[in-house]
Design a protein. Structure first.
Length: 585
């Protein structure tokens, strides 16, 4: 059982696109005042830190005349003030970052639930989760952490070097010439670290997709004895992550000592040169200590710049992937007219459809469902019956032809208006984690009383088993409804359809998973539900076919014949053979 690989495209290269990044941030509607105030406070704290070595120089040079207590208190005060301002700056920037990531995730979530079904056919759920969680976190790290730190680091770097030039230009020149050498050594390492960050994010998204898919279908895994297969699949992807992690660990372990050794060599060189200057009397001890303090203030920002470029490379990939998702066309739920479809004819006119260009599913399909009639679709499995229902729900668009209601193209109706008037009960009806009450009222635009809920449960022959549950309507059904049986889940779906009061009812083998007793009860309930509505049925029972007002026999994606049961039996040999094979009893 070989799994398909991830289908999203990896962004090319690691070049950071500032324009794309800024456009993405605007999607998050950030509170810019928090960023600018946080930056201003950070710069103020940096300014205070830059003053400390100068005060220390004066303090040390004055030791021969005793300790200047006022100056000492001033130095301590500067430390404290700088620490408090830095804390305020960090808090503001942290709040700003959390606000950005929350708004960005909100934008992504809003987008995801409005993407068409065709998108979810091609992308794993776990990959979308990775976009929502991991990539948005990378954006936050860049915007709220790395960017403010690099701004203050640059100010500290430039400020410290400027002061050092004024203090002693010769020593400063030695350091300034050494720093490019440090960057020259570090740049290839930082570049490789950025590439590895790209690979890790993609591998994490792929592994997340596989894990979510496997765990959500754990019953299939176990019933198929597929534990060894899934273990091998997971182990292969974990090994890929492990190899990427090894490379990342190696580069990280190289970059730190290389940076430390290079800066230590610079420090020792400056210290030897400065000591010789002090010994010769051309530099005071206070200047030496002050110079070394500034050197330490340079080392931190230099390392921060290296980390910033790594974060920038990671955020570049995340930005591209998130923008790719946001650029996907979404369903326009409210665009179009509001239109009541009761007592109007539903029809397909010469519809073709293909999921992919080379995989034609429907060919020239036409049918008509008059108001308050039952139209059945029969035929071999895989013929395209469920695809017709998917097109009627407007999950997909026909590649040719038209679907109309009362002579009007359904695409002219708003999706919200159209879908609100359709009740869809499938063979394996979906149910959400939560209570029975929440599942019955899922997507409803108003509150329902307990009496209304019990009424629809009675109609669906579901009231007895719900009453037998310890918490009644508040009973938790578990993830994907695992705490209720297939028949119970089906009857809850039918009760939900009753509550929805649809004008068009679509039943996709709605009683197929029920036992004989449950089926009899539900068939009676469906009989009541079908009254006064246009009903489309994918036929599973002979009684459904016989009683339908019109039957369309679907084979290999096209209509092989249409008419009543008797007409098809008389005129369509394929239908007659199908009935004999399917319904021998």
């Amino acid at each position: 059982m070989e799994r398909p690989q991830a289908t999203y495209s990896r962004p090319a290269g690691g070049k950071f696109d500032l324009k794309q990044f800024l456009q993405l941030i605007r999607h998050a509607s950030p509170r810019y005042w928090q960023l600018w105030l946080g930056l201003a406070l950070g710069l103020l704290a940096t300014g205070a830190q830059l003053m400390v070595p100068k005060f220390a120089q004066t303090l040390i040079n004055g030791f021969s005349h005793g300790v200047n207590q006022t100056l000492l208190i001033g130095v301590i005060g500067l430390f404290l003030i700088s620490a408090v301002i830095s804390a305020l700056s960090g808090s503001l920037l942290g709040i700003f970052g959390e606000n950005v990531v929350a708004n960005l995730r909100g934008t992504l979530w809003h987008k995801l639930v409005r993407l068409p079904v065709s998108y979810f056919d091609n992308v794993k759920t776990g990959e979308m989760t990775s976009r929502l969680v991991n990539d948005s976190t990378q954006i936050k790290d860049l915007l709220a952490n790395a960017f403010p730190q690099v701004v203050t680091s640059l100010m500290q770097l430039v400020g410290a070097i400027a002061i050092m030039v004024l203090m002693d230009w010769r020593m400063t020149l030695i350091m300034v010439l050494a720093i490019p050498a440090v960057l020259l050594v570090m740049f290839p390492i930082m570049r490789q670290t950025g590439k590895i960050g790209h690979e890790r994010q993609d591998a994490l998204a792929n592994f997340s997709g596989t894990a979510e898919e496997t765990l959500s279908e754990i019953r299939l895994v176990k019933s198929s004895n597929a534990e060894p297969v899934e273990t091998t699949t997971g182990a292969r992807q974990i090994k890929t992550l492990y190899r990427i992690g090894l490379r990342e660990a190696i580069y990280d372990s190289i970059s730190s000592p290389v940076m430390t050794a290079t800066m230590m060599a610079l420090f020792v060189g400056v210290l030897l040169y400065a000591s010789a200057r002090v010994a010769s009397g051309t530099m005071t001890m206070g200047t030496l200590v002050s110079f070394l303090m500034y050197l330490f203030q340079i080392i931190g920002p230099a390392g921060m710049l290296g980390q910033f470029f790594t974060t920038l490379a990671k955020a570049s990939g995340s930005t591209a992937r998130i923008r790719e998702l946001l650029n996907e066309p979404e369903e326009q739920l409210t665009v179009g007219v509001e239109h009541a479809v009761a007592n109007e004819t539903l029809a397909m006119h010469h519809v073709d459809f293909a999921y992919d260009d080379d995989q034609q599913i429907l060919h020239d399909v036409s049918f008509e469902a008059k108001p308050n009639t039952v139209v059945a679709f029969a035929g071999p499995s895989g013929g395209g019956k469920s695809t017709i229902f998917g097109l009627l729900e407007r999950y997909y668009q026909p590649t040719a032809g038209e679907i109309s209601i009362g002579g009007q193209d359904v695409n002219e109706l708003s999706l919200n208006s159209w879908r609100s008037q359709i009740g869809y009960v499938s063979q394996d009806s979906a149910i959400m984690a939560g209570t029975i009450r929440q599942n019955l009222t899922y997507g409803a635009d108003r509150l329902y009383s307990d009496n209304e809920l019990w009424h629809v449960l009675e109609l669906a022959s579901a009231a007895d088993f719900v009453r037998a549950m310890a918490e009644g309507l508040e009973t938790q059904v578990g993830e994907r409804g695992v705490k209720v049986s297939g028949g119970q889940r089906q009857r809850l779906a039918i009760a939900r359809a009753f509550l929805r009061d649809p004008k068009i009812l679509m039943l996709d083998e709605a009683t197929a998973s029920l036992d004989s007793e449950s089926e009899a009860m539900v068939q009676q309930a469906l009989g009541e539900l079908m009254k006064g509505r246009t009903t489309l049925v994918i036929a599973h029972r002979l009684s459904t076919i016989v009683d339908a007002d019109q039957i369309y026999f679907i084979e290999d994606g096209h209509v092989s014949g249409s008419g009543t049961h008797q007409e098809l039996m008389a005129n369509v040999p394929l239908y007659r053979d199908y009935v004999k094979i399917q319904f021998k009893d």
